[in-house]
Design a binder for this molecule. Sequence first.
Ligand SMILES: C[S@@+](CC[C@H](N)C(=O)[O-])C[C@H]1O[C@@H](n2cnc3c(N)ncnc32)[C@H](O)[C@@H]1O
Length: 189
Amino acid sequence: MSQQKRYHTLEIQNIDLKNIELQGDVLDIGGGGEGIIGQTLENKVVAIDKLKGELEEAPEGPLKLVMDAKELKFLDNSFDNATSFFTFMYIKKEDYKVVFKEIYRVLRSDGKFKMWDTIIPKYKGGGKDIFLVPLEIDMGNKVITTTYGVLWPGREQNIDTFIKTGKDIGFKIDNYEKQDKTFFITFKK
Ligand SMILES: C[S@@+](CC[C@H](N)C(=O)[O-])C[C@H]1O[C@@H](n2cnc3c(N)ncnc32)[C@H](O)[C@@H]1O
């Protein structure tokens, strides 16, 4: 089967980052690739990614460090904020908890973790096994279009998955919203 026939592509999802308000410094988890949070908040951001090549690809602005989110190399209580922009769709389910625990550990008291991600339903077979999420991201001074994709089987996730994981490891839920096939959650330490 050609690669294209394997694509299950969502309609374009709109993400509004115009009014993203973060006081203090920001640790962006999986901040390589387009490095959207780094592009938006620039030198307030420390971007970590396990792949050097992804960080090299991301625009300049943040401090970029090769690091696995499962084992952050920062001391406890190091950041006011953490973010993850469509990163958890690339993280295995069995690793969610350890990554959440690491984020919680490096946040200061009252620190916030903001995550944006997509709802992925259960794969029903049929060969279209590459799940693609096209995004149009409004950053105020510019609009970026990009597409993130994963191999679908075993990757189902929804907002409840993450709210539960966050609560289980001690986060409070500050707010959350769904918009079409994407969601946004703010956790508070
Ligand atoms: C495709 S990007 C998602 C979008 C990215 N946040 C952006 O703004 O464009 C997901 C990134 O998460 C990274 N990643 C996946 N698992 C990770 C982990 N355990 N630790 C650090 N980075 C990880 C991948 O290497 C990849 O660069």
